[in-house]
Design a protein. Sequence first.
Length: 272
Amino acid sequence: MAGWRKTADTGGCKFCPAEVYYMEEKAKILLVEDDISLIDGLAYSLRKNGFELDVAMSLKEAYEFLGGKSGAAEKGNASEKKIPVMYDLLLLDVGLPDGTGFDLCENIRKKGSEVPVIFLTALDEEVNVIRGLDGGGDDYITKPFKLGELCSRINALLRRSGRKASGEGERLKSGPVEIDLSESRARLAGKNLELTGAEYRLLCFFLKNRNRVLTRTMILNAMWDDNGSFVDDNTLSVYIRRLREKIEDDPSNPRYLKTVRGFGYQWKAEEL
């Protein structure tokens, strides 16, 4: 997950520890590939180039990472149910043990996702290229390929899509809250917010997924870091309360960070 660095003291905030840590954001990629020998090289290169990476080796695993059921499980309801994709880009192999990358791309497009998709495949026939692009893919690279070229294509696609390329800054804004990811700073109505590392990370997660209903499990999974540190269910409730106290005019009746009973939470975007 994203790295951490100390940037400021809390200034006596009663809810904060003596030191505040901020998250250095990275573009998050899901690689769906079943070739272990290729996965090792790709994972090393992508992480070295500043990307955060999850790896799925089948469609089933991919849907689990994406937070939705498989297309087969939802056949006939594709237009009614959305998969809550939480990645900046997908790298999809075409040939998988339980289906194809084409199937996954077509399914998430039917459900409204605009996440950029690059296909990785040994099939360079025109019919396969056309199917991938017509099915919602944004780019297509044929194996074997140079890892440097792939990283360049990823960065170019992230820039075109308005997402953050490796090493580039980005701002998230909703209502009075603005996050400058290049500086790892959050502001409320122009004033710096004093946040712990976990609070900052949680706020980024909500703003990146504004207007989406996020289950507690999805949020807890997003709070893991490289050191294996995690947030349990009770601690998450504390962080939610603290965020509301720092952001909301009336924390007991929140305008932005809302509870969706029976499901989880939702950041309700109300742009100024």
